[in-house]
Design a protein around this ligand. Structure first.
Ligand SMILES: [Zn+2]
Length: 313
């Protein structure tokens, strides 16, 4: 009798342990842990863009960079699209010439289209004239745009690698805008974001983050004012997250109001926040070069964006 009772007890215990083992859910944290952001790889992507030279629309370097970025993104997702458009512009020549610019936004899609969509944006073109250069004779030369252009793109291409390795819990659209920095006046700039704001189609996001000029060695990022005025809670949530992650360059105070690619989207009803360090002495000069940027700065911004992708806000 005792043997039978003991056998039943052992069977119950074994079944219990077996059931518990089977019922244990997979560890969601283990599944979601993304690859770490590789700052050196991101910096190589920044350098690679600069090796093409200045990249204003219409230039040979611009065409080569477009092909390079398209090919790179194709390594990480099958869904990469060129979104072409043209604009009539006045060139920087004296007197200005009227010409047609051919431009392309580059759009890559990751994750399920049935979930909320986060847009991550940067501009890939560079300014055709160094109109803030202290040397007046050089002000018609095109800038290299290591920080103003290449830095945001570098972070997003490194993030594309992470997104392929660890599928995100929400849909991510990476968009590289063209024609952000073309003209002398704001009506001759932001061509890519203005076009996208009117032609979002299947890529229409629920909210988005713009990265611009985030490669500066001396990185300091206050809250950009257009972003704050349009969506204060969204902006604050990003800076709070940066604080939580110990990313000291993010300063929870208001900075400049910077007209940039986020504004056409805000006007189209998309909550957008611009992460930008506008205190950059080499802005729109020939000194916006690789040596003014650092892998560490790319990493700080990359870490924050990766955290937001996988943890949400
Ligand atoms: Zn610029």
């Amino acid at each position: 009798m005792k043997i039978i009772q003991l056998t039943i007890l052992v069977l119950i215990l074994c079944c219990g342990i077996f059931t518990w083992a089977c019922a244990e859910p997979p560890n969601p944290a283990a599944q979601k842990t993304p690859l770490p952001f590789d700052s050196h790889r991101a910096f190589e992507i920044l350098k690679k863009q600069c090796e093409f030279g200045p990249r204003p629309p219409g230039s040979e370097a611009h065409r080569k960079t477009r092909d390079y970025l398209f090919t790179e993104l194709k390594k990480y997702t099958d869904s990469v699209t060129l979104q072409p458009y043209t604009s009539e512009v006045d060139t920087i020549d004296d007197p200005p010439q009227r010409k047609t610019l051919h431009m392309n936004n580059i759009i890559a899609e990751f994750g399920s289209s049935h979930s909320e969509t986060l847009l991550l944006a940067a501009h890939w073109d560079t300014r055709p004239c160094a109109d803030r250069d202290p040397n007046r004779d050089k002000q018609r030369e095109p800038i290299l745009g290591a920080n103003d252009g290449a830095s945001g793109v570098a972070v997003l291409l490194e993030i594309a690698r992470i997104l392929k390795a660890t599928p995100p819990p929400r849909r991510i659209i990476i968009i590289l805008f063209d024609g952000e920095d073309y003209g002398k006046t704001t009506d001759q700039m932001f061509f890519g974001s203005r076009y996208f704001a009117k032609n979002m189609g299947k890529w229409k996001p629920d909210y988005g983050i713009l990265l611009d000029m985030i490669g500066d060695k001396d990185l300091q990022i206050p809250i950009e004012r257009f972003s704050w005025e349009a969506n204060p809670e969204f902006a604050l949530a990003i800076w709070r997250r940066a604080e939580k992650l110990g990313l000291a360059p993010f300063q929870r105070k208001l900075g400049y109001k910077v007209m940039d690619d986020h504004v056409p989207l805000i006007r189209a009803g998309i909550p957008m926040v611009n992460i930008i360090d506008f205190d950059y002495p080499h802005w729109h000069t020939l000194e916006d070069t690789v040596d003014k940027c650092s892998p560490k700065s790319l990493e700080i911004v990359g870490k924050l964006v990766v955290n937001i992708i996988y943890e949400g806000l």
